[in-house]
Design a protein around this ligand. Structure first.
Ligand code: BDR
Ligand code: CA
Length: 323
């Protein structure tokens, strides 16, 4: 199994990333850290605990509170997309039964990296503040990490400013700490909007989530998707449904660990780039390709078998529903 640490800001699509990492038999979710982003740190932490409670894993997987603001700027949230709570849309979200660790996320992640030396995958589905801080405090950690999978950025597709993606835009300085590091570059997989906008939760997917047996858990997921769909239609001009960005960053690890689902190969395709982020001015958050064929560069995804991605997610929902 793939040992994973998930750093996230739930978030509707983060919630699905949590479920995939916690319930698919391909992964072992070691811990979760939360970050400001879709909503305040308090809210994203509450949401992470609530999602874990909905799958009965709240005592198994520790949640650590991470950073409440970017490295040097003020935080910005996305209530227009995820609602005020960051995970709006259902009254079936359970009240968390446990608390998050208030402190110590950097040490906890560093320990996980050492415990699973050359094996751990760090997955970031929020802004990159927490991740940057780990490598600022423990630069040697990068040598022992196996993969860093990030949902963020856009090459030709954007969703926040005219030329940026939300996760990167929120803390471009943090992103540059990772993007400027040659060792981390080699280990990093980036899932940009260009790819995530292909992973739409269409009506067919909605129906499959609800399936014939309407359990509380399936109804909860359905409610969340319907809320997400509404904001994406109203705010981002989507027609067929919302793009479910974050679980792609979890799924993409499978080929890199030779653990693909036999029936659902992901056929992941990527380019290797040397990247940098513009930090200031009107283009802040924009991704610049310094070299579009950089051998040890960041693996930037541009295609995946989305049908099989959904098959994996749906199969995992089936498992999660029974737990
Ligand atoms: C990213 O921004 C957040 O709103 C989503 O959860 C996703 O991680 C997409 O730009
Ligand atoms: Ca997210």
């Amino acid at each position: 199994r793939i040992p994973i640490w998930l750093d996230c800001d739930p978030g509707h699509d983060d919630a699905i990333a949590i479920i995939l990492a916690a319930c698919s038999p391909k992964y072992q979710l070691i811990g979760i850290s939360t970050v400001h982003g879709n909503a305040s740190l308090e809210k994203t932490t509450y949401n992470a605990l609530s999602v874990l409670t909905s799958i009965g894993k709240e005592n198994e997987i520790p949640v650590y509170k991470g950073s409440s603001k970017p490295l040097i700027r003020e935080p910005s949230y996305a209530p227009n997309i995820h609602g005020e709570s960051g995970l709006e849309g259902s009254n079936l979200l359970p009240k968390p039964k446990v608390k998050a660790y208030e402190n110590g996320y950097i040490e906890a992640i560093y320990k996980a990296i050492l415990d699973y030396k050359d094996e751990l995958a760090l997955v970031a589905t929020g802004t990159l503040t927490n991740i940057a801080k780990i490598f600022i405090k423990y630069p040697q950690a990068k040598f022992f990490l196996k993969k860093l999978s990030i949902m963020g950025g856009g090459i030709n597709v954007f969703n926040w400013s005219l030329n940026s993606e939300f996760n990167i835009w929120c803390d471009p300085e943090a992103a540059n700490i990772i993007f400027k590091d040659f060792i981390l570059n080699e280990k990093t997989i980036l899932i940009p909007l260009d790819l995530t906008h292909k992973a739409i939760a269409t009506i067919e997917i909605e129906k499959k989530i609800l399936s014939n047996s309407i359990t509380n858990f399936r109804q909860l997921l359905y409610d969340l998707i319907i809320f997400f769909k509404k904001t994406y239609i109203e705010q981002q001009g989507f027609i067929k449904g919302p793009p479910v960005h974050d679980p792609l960053a979890v799924a993409v690890l499978l080929p890199f660990y030779n653990l693909e689902y036999e029936n659902y190969p992901l056929e992941f395709k990527f380019n290797t780039y040397k990247l940098q982020i513009i930090e200031n001015g009107p283009e802040s958050g924009k991704l610049i390709i310094l070299d579009n064929n950089f051998q040890n560069g960041i693996k930037v995804g541009y295609d995946m078998n989305i049908n099989n991605f959904w098959n994996i997610v749906l199969e995992t929902i089936q498992i999660a529903d029974k737990t």
